[in-house]
Ligand binder design. Structure first.
Ligand SMILES: Cc1cc2nc3c(=O)[nH]c(=O)nc-3n(C[C@H](O)[C@H](O)[C@H](O)COP(=O)(O)OP(=O)(O)OC[C@H]3O[C@@H](n4cnc5c(N)ncnc54)[C@H](O)[C@@H]3O)c2cc1C
Length: 205
């Protein structure tokens, strides 16, 4: 919106940009996420953050035998990027002060006589009005109920995420071979996913 000269602001419940780690890797597909990055004029900076070889995917059975081995052909169809670095790129691309940290939305009300316009209320009692309201507020979105009656439901699959920082130095066995990650055994866990780079490990049950 900024690149088109449309005044806008972001309201975020977290107190500041460093309030928490943002999690592991994100694959950004060319048919959707990359379109947004192109539109923001950030594709060259984005390419510098992409993990070389990150699109390569191996699927192993519980003994470490390789069942599928897809190489990264460099086509950038779904490159992997660190969530925190991508977020920093986006935050740094907009003018300082565009993000209102520590603003948790508690209520949204359509404005009568102004189709599409809404009043947004925060925990502090402060309110703002918006001609266009975009919800990117996660699973328990306060915005989604305005357009859908869908509510989040547990699907029966849980993920536990752990990061092995500086894996080459601190966890050489795991860094050397994905199969070694299968050695991380937790009762009732049915699968382990790992990402090259920060060695993020996702275990599902
Ligand atoms: C394990 C895992 C792996 C994934 N991998 C990928 C992947 O590789 N590629 C991909 O494209 N997607 C992936 N996804 C999905 C992706 O993470 C989500 O689709 C995406 O994060 C949703 O974005 P969002 O902005 O709607 O919500 P979120 O990323 O959850 O962000 C919501 C933001 O809104 C803030 N917020 C929440 N409530 C309020 C409130 N009331 N008021 C103000 N602020 C609020 C939160 O603090 C947060 O900053 C993955 C998801 C998971 C769980």
């Amino acid at each position: 919106m900024r690149t088109k000269g449309i005044e806008s602001a972001v309201f975020e419940l977290e107190p500041d940009r460093k309030a928490r780690l943002q999690g592991g890797m994100l694959d950004i597909h060319e048919e959707n996420g990359q379109l947004a990055i192109h539109a923001a004029g950030l594709f060259e900076q984005f390419k510098a953050l992409v993990h070389p070889g990150g699109e390569a995917t191996r699927i192993l059975d519980h003994r470490g035998a390789v069942l599928r081995d897809d190489q990264d052909n460099g086509e950038m169809s779904r490159p992997e990027v660190d969530r925190g670095q991508l977020r920093d790129l986006l935050i740094d691309s907009i003018p300082a002060g565009s993000i209102q940290w520590g603003h948790k939305v508690v209520a949204i009300r359509p404005l009568s006589g102004k189709p599409g316009s809404h009043e947004v209320e925060f925990t502090s009692g402060e309110t703002i009005t918006a001609d266009l309201l975009i919800g990117a507020d996660g699973a328990w979105s306060k915005v989604r109920p305005l357009v859908s009656d869908a509510i989040p439901a547990y699907t029966g699959v849980s993920f536990v995420e752990a990061d092995l920082f500086h894996a080459d130095d601190n966890h050489p066995a795991q860094a050397a071979d994905d199969a070694a990650l299968l050695g991380i055994r937790i009762p009732s866990i049915s699968g382990v996913m790992s990402s090259i780079g920060m060695r993020a490990v996702l275990a599902s049950s």
